[in-house]
Design a binder for this molecule. Structure first.
Ligand SMILES: Nc1nc2c(ncn2[C@@H]2O[C@H](COP(=O)(O)OP(=O)(O)OP(=O)(O)O)[C@@H](O)[C@H]2O)c(=O)[nH]1
Ligand SMILES: [Mg+2]
Length: 254
């Protein structure tokens, strides 16, 4: 009898910070103006409302037109050990989407454990989306298809009128044709439709809510059930990736 050993995809090693807390790196990828910085900012605002002690760093580096220069970053934690440290930290980065910044994107991508590809649903941005997806596919090699670099696709700007938007199906087709996913079905489960604009507006409305005592707990933290749905959709890919990376981590330790 012949046994065929299947090679385990090699997952990026997880480093620990100076206090021994494991830190995972997640990168927001995508063309300029797709909404990467906006998505990171929403994550930061939500985390500051729900779990402020677990917000460690937030930094944006923009040019005068608001486009990212080099990268933005935020470091957030999960839970708390008896020593008062988080169980895990996740370090989020955005790449600068303008095509001329390809060198910086490569540097930012190095060592990533997870990826969120932000796709601009505006029809006129199809070529820019294609360029960004092709670039990540070329850089990541077979890591996307073999699961060693888990990823999600955030199809942003769903607030635009339907006739001005590309559909999830078209993005899925592009993904499966590029070889990043095994099939259209695989692509479909990785795509989430969001509107960072709606999420931002809903957060603003929540913050101006006249009855704050109802939405916060005894420590003044926003109760999870009051997370607006639009915001939940923006946060979901990060939360799913963190879960997937933890599972990888545990498998590797076995
Ligand atoms: N209509 C609409 N506009 C959005 C949405 N999300 C972001 N924007 C706008 O799109 C523009 C670009 O957003 P950014 O988050 O700065 O884009 P980026 O992907 O970080 O761009 P680079 O830093 O150049 O790579 C801003 O004017 C945002 O307000 C959305 O869901 N809908
Ligand atoms: Mg940006």
């Amino acid at each position: 009898m012949v046994f065929i050993m299947q090679a385990q995809p090699s997952f990026e090693t997880i480093k620990r910070d100076h206090q021994g807390v494991p830190v995972v790196k997640i990168v927001f990828w995508g063309p300029t103006l797709a909404g990467k910085t906006t998505a990171l900012t929403i994550t930061k605002v939500l985390k500051s409302l729900e779990d402020p002690e677990n917000v460690y760093k937030f930094l944006k580096l923009e040019d005068p037109t608001g486009r990212t220069l080099f990268f933005d970053q935020g470091i957030f934690g999960i839970g708390k050990t008896s020593a008062g440290l988080p169980i895990l930290k996740y370090h989020l980065f955005t790449v600068p989407g303008q095509e001329r910044h390809s060198g910086q994107r490569k540097v930012v991508l190095r060592g990533a454990h997870g990826l969120i590809c932000v796709v601009d649903s505006e029809k006129s941005r199809w070529e820019e989306n294609k360029f960004a997806l092709k670039e990540i596919n070329d850089l990541a090699g077979d890591k996307l298809a073999n699961g060693s670099l888990p990823y999600h696709i955030m199809l942003n700007k769903m607030d635009l009128p339907a006739d001005q938007r590309i559909s999830s199906f078209e993005v899925g087709k592009l993904l499966s044709e590029s070889g990043a996913v095994a099939s259209l079905r695989d692509a479909a489960v990785r795509i989430i439709e969001v509107s960072c604009l709606n999420a931002r507006d809903d957060l603003k409305q929540l913050l101006s809510s006249s009855d704050r005592s109802k939405i916060v707990n005894e420590n003044g933290r926003l109760k999870k059930e009051y997370r607006p749905t639009s915001v939940n959709r923006v946060i979901k890919p990060v939360e799913s990736l963190v879960r997937e990376i933890i599972i990888h981590m545990m498998k590797q330790q076995q």
